[in-house]
Write a protein that binds this ligand. Structure first.
Ligand code: GDP
Length: 212
């Protein structure tokens, strides 16, 4: 069954103090606007318009939570890189995103969406720089891989792997196409492995059970 099959919209958050409290795990999706994040989430969920909740006016600059069941959550982070955003809103985003990525305990991994034709923009690297000190994993989807020939896509993947080995060793990367439905299994395997681990709270509870 697709990992996000049972996803339902939970809440939109605009301030860190409003982040939902739970004892499970969450995985966050981030990416430059128009990179294909909503399409990738919808493809992984096997649904047409799940992530478009996050595109409704008033929600685009916010953090949108979806419940996956079993105390697991998908977090759709605001797309970044719009040219015409006023500096005050940019600042708000940066604070919201950087703090969320750095301090959020239930967050167990980041899926970073990059258009295969424009990978590793400066803002993508900023996201990586904020998140990697946490030691948590990042998985990059090089989306719209159907826009390149197979050979070009493989070459870009090879270059991305080399870049990661040099600068971001805790990162993995793969090709993905929502249009061609390519890369779904590989992405599900990675994200599923993150979400199937016990959360910090669940680990403590299991230990206490063992002791009693
Ligand atoms: P977001 O802003 O990152 O959420 O991006 P969207 O998912 O809305 O996609 C932006 C545009 O790219 C839309 O026109 C999509 O139809 C298109 N798109 C998204 N994924 C793919 C893909 O895998 N292949 C192709 N060819 N187009 C895609």
């Amino acid at each position: 069954m697709p990992l996000f099959q049972n996803a339902t919209f939970l809440i939109t958050v605009n301030h860190l103090r409003d982040l939902p409290q739970h004892t499970g795990l969450e995985v966050a999706f981030a990416g430059r606007s128009n990179a294909g994040k909503s399409s990738a989430i919808n493809t992984l969920a096997n649904r047409n318009r799940l992530a478009y909740v996050s595109k409704t006016p008033g929600r685009t600059q916010h953090i949108n939570y979806f419940s996956l069941g079993n105390d697991r959550y998908l977090v759709d982070l605001p797309g970044y890189g719009y040219a015409k955003v006023p500096p005050s809103i940019k600042q708000h985003w940066e604070n919201l995103l950087s703090t969320y990525l750095q301090v959020r305990l239930p967050l167990c991994g980041l899926v970073l969406i990059m258009d295969i034709r424009h990978p590793f923009t400066p803002l993508d690297c900023k996201m990586l720089d904020w998140f990697l000190p946490t030691g948590k994993p990042v998985h990059i989807l090089l989306t719209k891989s159907d826009k390149l020939s197979r050979q070009q896509a493989t070459e870009t993947l090879g270059k991305a792997k080399a870049e990661l080995a040099r600068s971001y060793p805790n990162c993995t990367v793969q090709l993905f196409s929502s249009l061609k439905r390519q890369g779904i299994e590989e992405a599900e395997k990675m994200i599923g492995s993150w979400l199937s681990a016990p959360s910090p709270t669940e680990s403590v509870a299991a230990e206490q059970n063992e002791q009693t």
